[in-house]
Design a protein around this ligand. Structure first.
Ligand code: ASP
Length: 341
């Protein structure tokens, strides 16, 4: 087993390739072995994954089910009005409407999804009910909203004054430009210091004490997208995929490129073939880069994966993709994933 703390020290010093000890090397030059964590464990995308993991951990440490953990976890950024890329307070589309995408998948291969859902703070919980209470996998737009209302969810205004202001500023030029490394930049540092993201998704993967895997993914999508645009996040196989025999994967970044390559399914299938989580994520990123090298220079896509043994890893096109890890050794670990550029 790879010692995770040594791994982290090593990666921060000189990149992942230093971890040669008991690892074989994959094609990508990254050790075919990633940090391993004792179960239970939860991992999730970006810095805001830390708070989400903490909520998921409450379920996991009490021997709860991974499915309950991921739902509970991602509800944290969904309800945070200061997070402008997920749930309440998310940046609106170009018509000024906040439309949310989310999906969830359990250890039995059951899944549920909602897309272009308006006025509901917790799309992930609606997605779970689509999975559990309907014969379908995916509900969209008005149908998803009507279903949520029937299930007792309340209609709320998701457009905060800050996000409305950002939209009004955007309308002046109306240029659709997803930003790279948005997590390190302010959207409008001069006017709106709180606004850090114009896209970014929380994707979360958990393994519970029984060794079962589940995942959840939720976002307000690309800021100022066309009304009706749906990204990768609610699409099973693109934004999220779980196979309880193998592992799970999730994605963040420009969803169109993830959908074109069925990214998360690809990552899980590569792990089935023996790729480590990080190598599988790298190969999925390379598919995007190979097909559209010029586009890839200016966009961010990141994948995050975990396998059945509790090894985890990530890879992104651009630098700056962080992910949060929580297990019994460390409840608040933040790791910078490797990247192509
Ligand atoms: N993947 C999301 C989407 O395309 C956005 C993101 O994660 O940055 O809607």
């Amino acid at each position: 087993m790879v010692d995770r703390r040594k791994f982290l020290k090593a990666t921060s010093l000189a990149g992942a390739s230093i971890l040669a000890g008991n690892s074989s090397f994959g094609e990508a030059g990254i050790p075919n072995s990633n940090p391993v964590s004792d179960k239970p464990i939860v991992i999730s995308t970006w810095d805001f994954g830390l708070a989400a993991n903490a909520a998921a951990w409450e379920v996991l440490r009490n021997n709860g089910r991974a499915l309950d953990a991921v739902e509970k976890g991602v509800r944290i950024p969904e309800a945070d009005p200061d997070n402008q890329s997920v749930g309440l307070g998310g940046f609106p589309d170009r018509d000024g409407k906040v439309t949310l995408d989310a999906c969830i998948m359990d250890e039995f291969g059951n899944c549920g999804s909602v897309a272009a859902l308006e006025n509901i703070v917790h799309p992930i919980s609606v997605a779970r009910l689509v999975m559990e209470k309907t014969p379908h996998v995916m509900l969209v737009g008005e149908g998803a909203l009507n279903f949520a209302l029937q299930q007792g969810f309340k209609k709320e205004n998701l457009l905060t004054p800050e996000s409305e202001e950002a939209w009004k500023q955007w309308l002046k030029k109306s240029e659709y430009k997803p930003e790279i490394n948005i997590e390190n930049k302010s959207f409008r540092p001069d006017k709106l210091p709180g606004n850090k993201y114009n896209h970014d998704t929380i994707g979360m993967l958990a393994i519970d004490a029984k060794g079962n895997i589940s995942g959840a993914c939720t976002t307000s999508g690309m800021a100022f997208k066309m009304h009706g645009r749906v990204g990768d996040s609610p699409i099973i196989g693109a934004g999220l995929y779980v196979d309880n025999e193998i592992g799970g994967a999730t994605s963040t970044g420009v969803g169109e490129e993830v959908i074109r390559n069925v990214g998360s399914f690809l990552v899980v299938e590569l792990m089935r073939q023996g790729y480590s989580p990080e190598n599988a994520c790298k190969e999925a990123v390379m598919r995007i880069i190979k097909k559209k090298p010029e586009t890839a220079k200016n966009i961010q896509v990141g994948f995050l994966a975990i396998n059945k043994q509790g090894e985890y890893g990530a890879y992104a096109i651009q630098k700056g993709f962080s992910f949060a890890v929580c297990d019994k050794n460390d409840q608040a670990l933040l790791i910078k994933g490797n990247s192509y550029y």
